[in-house]
Structure formats: structure tokens, C-alpha cells
Design a binder for this molecule. Sequence first.
Ligand SMILES: NC(=O)c1ccc[n+]([C@@H]2O[C@H](COP(=O)([O-])OP(=O)(O)OC[C@H]3O[C@@H](n4cnc5c(N)ncnc54)[C@H](OP(=O)(O)O)[C@@H]3O)[C@@H](O)[C@H]2O)c1
Length: 305
Amino acid sequence: MRGNGEGEPSVTHHESRDHSRSCRWLLRKNMNFDLKGKVAVVTGAGRGLGRQTALHLAACGTTVVVVARHADQLSQTEQTIQQAGGTAWAIPADVSQPEAVEKLQKEVEHRYGLASILVNAAGIFGPIQLIKDSDAKRWVGTLSVNLFGPYLTCRAFVRGMIRNRWGRIINFTSAAALHPPGPLNSAYATSKVALNQFTRHLAAELEGSGVTANVLHPGDVKTEMWAAIRAEAERMGPEADAYRQWVRWVEQTGGDDPQKAADLVLRLMSDDAAATNGRFLWIEGPLQSPIPSWGEVSANQPWRQ
Ligand SMILES: NC(=O)c1ccc[n+]([C@@H]2O[C@H](COP(=O)([O-])OP(=O)(O)OC[C@H]3O[C@@H](n4cnc5c(N)ncnc54)[C@H](OP(=O)(O)O)[C@@H]3O)[C@@H](O)[C@H]2O)c1
């Protein structure tokens, strides 16, 4: 993780932890949980929450393909996993590019066979700008990474999961998708709202197939995304007050432990989570109180009676 000065994002200290601790805890809770031999693709695994998730999955015996654009950060994740005795393979790729995702799928299947776990943690915050003044390229680019990226990877890997009759897809969304709309973050919030609805559609298509798709809010975590928001908000005027308040609150509380999001991903691997599909999930004990999302699927539309 880059940046270790005061106030810099600090997930490095979590990385020295025993990542297999979470597997042992789940086994003690009698969760039917066997990931050995399974292949997971984790996007955004070069740093932050994606890296944490990759380290946890690898510690539980999963072969993990780690994906992001910066090869240097990815190879750090790969090395950390290998040094701990796990199996990892770094494939640098931009998930917003259809050809890159197609190539990724072919490479994974050629080397390891069908993937049965897909975690889409890759994401960008995008412009902190009013819509009228916004940089159109950055706005559209935010949707490309946060929405089209997961669409492309889900499309690429879900077929193999359906064939195997077992699969888990976890898309990292944000509580921002549930907050009342405010100024400045329309690209990010819109991308995550759309990601939620996309995941619900996917879940509806997957019902009964043995494959599930869910979104999770990973908590409010001091990652590089947090640092980038801080840097941009600090340069702005009073219109960015809400952002500076959020940044400060995360700083003061220390933020949520990124391990909690990784633990939630692991819990979704268990047979006990086989019926959890199309849901908005929260980490255990989040600093930010859970916000109502959508309920259980109901059959109350008149045409379903
Ligand atoms: N941190 C929080 O408080 C928070 C809260 C709510 C939701 N989330 C969500 O959690 C996820 C992870 O966030 P984070 O805080 O860990 O962010 P981060 O530290 O900035 O890490 C983001 C990761 O995504 C990768 N990435 C970005 N664009 C990509 C692309 N086009 N193709 C492939 N990989 C790409 C980055 O690597 P490269 O730049 O090398 O590609 C990096 O590995 C995001 O989806 C975010 O929206 C975070």
C-alpha cells in the first residue's frame, strides 16, 4: 500500500494478519465451507478492499486470479499470497474494456478451468463535480468502470458457474446508492444504483441455478479511494463540506476494518448462504448504520397472482 505518512490510507497493518483466521472461525461455526480447488477472480485486487478479499480467499484454499490495471500493485498482492503458501495469478486488465475481459476469461479458463467465484471490487469514485460543470469523459468513465466492468466480468464468468451448478458473485456497491441524492457525486452514486439493479436482474436470472449474485457495502474504509476523495475535497469550496465531514469522520473513527468486508465475502461462500441472492448486504457492526434497501422478493405484482 502506498503512502504511510500521517493521515495516509492505512490498510497495510491489516495485511500482516493471519488471513486464515476467518476460515477457522467459519468452520468452528459449522458452516459448510470448502473452497479448496475453487477458482476465484477478484477485480480491484491491487490494493484496498479487493486485495484484502483476495488474501482471505487465498488463505481459505482458493486459487485466486487478481485483476487491476497497475501491474506493480497486483504483483505485490500475488507475492503476498504466494509467500503465505497460497496460489495466485496476477493478470493486469482494465475491466471496462470488453476485449480485455474476454482475454481475461480465456486466460483463466486455459490455465485453471472454470471460475466459480467472482468478486468485483474494482471501482473509482469519479468526478466530485456539479453535473452542469462536470467533465463528461470522467463521468462516463465512472459508469464504465463501476457498472460496465461488473457487467462484462459477470457475463464472462457466469456461464461457467451455471454449467458447474455452483457459483458466487459479489459486487462491491456503496451505501451512497441508498443515500438521498446530494450534489457532486452523481457519477459514483448513479453507477452504484445501476450496479445494484443490474445485480438484482442477474440474481433473478440465476434463481435456482446454484449460483448467487449479491452486492455489499464494505463499510467506510481508509483506502486510497478515501485519500483521493480527501485530496479533491480539500481543494474545493463550501460546496464540498459534506465530503470533508465524511473524510474527517473516517479519519477520527479510523474507519471500518477492511477485514469485515472480506469476512462477509467468505460467509457468502458457505452452503448456509445458498439462498442469499439479489440482496444488499452490510458488514458486521458497520460504523455507518445500515440503511433500508429492498426487501425480500415479493410476488405482489398483479400479473404474478
Ligand atoms: N473505501 C470505502 O470506504 C468504500 C465505501 C463504499 C464502497 N467502496 C467500494 O469498494 C470497492 C473497492 O474500493 P477501495 O476503497 O478498495 O478502492 P481503491 O483502494 O481505490 O482500490 C480500487 C481498486 O480497483 C482497481 N481498479 C480501478 N479501476 C479499474 C479498472 N478500470 N480495471 C481494473 N481495476 C480497476 C484499482 O487498481 P488500478 O488503479 O491499478 O486499476 C484498485 O486495485 C470499490 O468498488 C468502491 O466503490 C469503498
